[in-house]
Ligand binder design. Structure first.
Ligand code: IPE
Ligand code: IPE
Ligand code: MG
Length: 246
């Protein structure tokens, strides 16, 4: 990453409107300290508040964070159960602050495999913050881009079968209306921490024209200063969307 001035809390020139983050590296962060992986997940969850609160100052209107993927069920039962407990505790603990700080929270991903208590907490948090407008936080929980497209396609096909949708009229504006993200703009910038340069099934359709930043920092070490630097660097990118500037 090129060195750019620390923008601190000042609005960032050319700031991305929608930033999506793959919060990776919690396990390695814990291992480096000789601690169990869940220790890293707890440290990672603590970082979220600072990053969310930095958004309005920089000019980020939408922040989408990847918390648990449809593939993460492959981890040990201990880790998965620990993460589910962490999500329940996080929502319970953070609801008040999120509501009072003007954060509107939404969840994307399939809710079917999640336990009922967690789903209820997710719905309650969405309702409690539904009138907030300062910043839009979307948490991807049991989310997979392919799963989302498959679920969307199923509903689209049901609408065709029921005569509600004319297949001749299906175009690239149609499918996004069926995606979990239908109310969100596409991400402008996707950040992945921890040094991995892959997107691991995150926002596949929506990120078609996003800019990407793959940074070495492990998620529990990610700060608002680094976030601000990445937003500033985004302002200098030349986004051509396939066209040639004249
Ligand atoms: C990201 O950190 C959090 C989740 C996937 C839930 P990891 O748990 O993937 O951490 P590493 O990649 O093993 O270090
Ligand atoms: C992506 O990280 C999912 C989340 C950050 C929630 P992973 O750690 O699961 O991705 P891979 O397995 O390295 O691709
Ligand atoms: Mg990982």
């Amino acid at each position: 990453m090129t060195a750019v001035p620390d923008p601190q809390d000042q609005t960032v020139e050319g700031c991305p409107r929608h930033v999506a983050i793959i919060m990776d590296g919690n396990g390695r962060w814990a291992t480096q300290r000789g601690r169990p992986r869940l220790f890293g997940h707890h440290a990672g969850a603590k970082r979220v508040r600072e990053i969310v609160e930095a958004c309005p100052g920089f000019g980020v209107e939408y922040l989408t964070i990847f918390a648990f993927s449809t593939e993460n069920w492959k981890r040990t039962q201990v880790e998965v159960a620990g993460l589910m407990t962490l999500f329940r505790r996080y929502i319970t603990k953070e609801t008040r602050a999120l509501r009072e700080k003007g954060v509107r929270v939404r969840f994307i991903g399939a809710r079917t495999r999640l336990d009922k208590k967690l789903v209820k907490l997710m719905q309650d948090l969405e309702e409690a913050t539904a009138h907030n407008t300062l910043v839009n936080l979307t948490i991807a929980l049991n989310y997979g881009g392919r799963d989302e497209v498959a679920r969307a396609t199923k509903r689209l096909a049901q609408d065709v079968a029921a005569g509600r949708l004319d297949p001749e009229k299906v175009d690239e504006e149609t499918l996004p209306r069926y995606l979990d993200t239908y109310v969100l703009p596409d991400p402008d910038l996707v950040i992945r921490t921890s040094g991995e340069a892959r997107i691991s099934n995150f926002l596949l359709w929506q990120s078609a024209y996003a800019e990407y930043e793959f940074i070495d920092t492990l998620w529990p070490d990610f700060t608002k200063q680094e976030f601000g630097c990445l937003c500033t660097a985004f302002g200098g990118r030349d986004r051509r969307f396939g066209a040639v500037k004249t």
